[in-house]
Design a protein around this ligand. Structure first.
Ligand code: SF4
Length: 333
């Protein structure tokens, strides 16, 4: 039995590096956070902040020359046991049963995730057969029901179509059906609506919310879109250059951001109340090249509040600033 007070997934001091001839890139640099059962955790940050590599690390699908060099990723299983995913063989039987079984994955671009030479059904049935001891007929039946549950019309016919025959919205629904076909307790959704128009985006978010309510599953939502986070998340983790810089409840983060990077991200969201023709606020500079990591606080070259002589030499640690709230900034210590 799942202990409801225990996190479903607990990531501690995760470090994932890429070892190349040119040097070593620390894509994830000591990230720690929890995903609670049945809740949505939003992971936000600009491109290159390490959010997707964090998800790949959890699923143990980091491509070479990358690898996890330190940390723990503890998954609470349905039978009450706990498994540190870092200790598992990425291609071993246990990790393969967790990937797609306990943890489902929805990618940004379903066009590249589906094989163009196999029908949606073939891929759906394969996923069901991989994780369940059922006949092919039963797997097809489950596949049709999975397509129906994500709102795909005429699923008995659609199951025999190829991904390129579906619209972008239907393809993403089919991708969600594949991810949910084995009833995962955690769904990792990596920019699930980025490639979609706003109407379809709203429909997919509604669908994810409905499925979460019905199944009680947790969602780890990776996005650069703070609007999506505000709509979906219970808890938020803000990442910058592979480090968690702030985390807390969604209302606290949006109404009282503490870290200068979180503040800057929120100020750069267009608002309906904004003065017409006024330029949107931007974050000065850009994310540094991974081989050119700044000393001290990684955000200091772009930070409007940087303290000279301290922020460029010392690294701030993540510290509690209230209940369930942590920030890594000298201004909050
Ligand atoms: Fe800015 Fe210094 Fe805080 Fe970093 S530690 S975010 S540079 S004020």
């Amino acid at each position: 039995m799942q202990n409801e007070t225990r996190p479903l997934l607990s990531v501690r001091n995760l470090r994932t590096s890429f070892f190349q001839d040119e040097g070593t890139t620390q894509a994830v640099d000591g990230a720690s956070f929890d995903v609670s059962p049945g809740k949505t955790l939003g992971i936000v940050g600009e491109s290159g902040c390490g959010k997707s590599v964090t998800a790949q690390s959890i699923l143990r699908i980091v491509d070479r020359p990358g690898r996890i060099v330190a940390g723990e990723i503890v998954l609470s299983r349905a039978d009450g046991s706990q498994t540190d995913l870092v200790k598992l063989d990425p291609n071993g039987r246990e990790m393969r049963s967790i990937r797609g079984g306990d943890i489902g994955l929805v990618f940004q671009e379903p066009m590249t995730s589906f094989s163009p030479v196999h029908t949606i059904g073939a891929q759906l049935i394969e996923a069901v057969l991989l994780h369940n001891a059922v006949s092919k007929k039963e797997a097809r039946h489950r596949g049709i029901e999975a397509l129906r549950s994500v709102g795909i019309p005429k699923p008995e016919r659609r199951i025999d179509e190829y991904s390129f025959e579906l619209s972008g919205g239907l393809r993403q629904r089919a991708m969600i059906a594949v991810a949910l076909s084995c009833d995962p307790r955690l769904l990792i959704a990596d920019e699930p609506t980025t490639a979609l128009d706003v109407t379809t985006q709203a429909q997919i978010l509604d669908l994810l919310r409905k499925l979460q309510r019905e199944r009680g599953m947790a969602i780890m939502l990776i996005t650069h879109n703070l609007g999506v986070v505000a709509e979906m998340a219970d808890d938020v983790v803000v990442m910058y250059l592979g480090r968690v810089v702030e985390q807390g409840k969604v209302d606290d983060i949006f109404h009282d951001p503490k870290h200068p990077y979180t503040k800057a991200l929120l100020q750069s969201i267009p608002s309906i109340d904004a003065v017409p023709r006024l330029k949107l606020a931007t974050i000065s500079g850009s994310i540094p090249h991974p081989f050119n990591r700044p000393t001290g606080c990684p955000f200091h070259p772009r930070c409007v509040s940087a303290i000279a002589g301290r922020c460029d030499t010392e690294v701030p640690q993540l510290q509690a600033v209230g209940e369930g709230r942590t920030v890594s900034c000298f201004l909050c210590q």
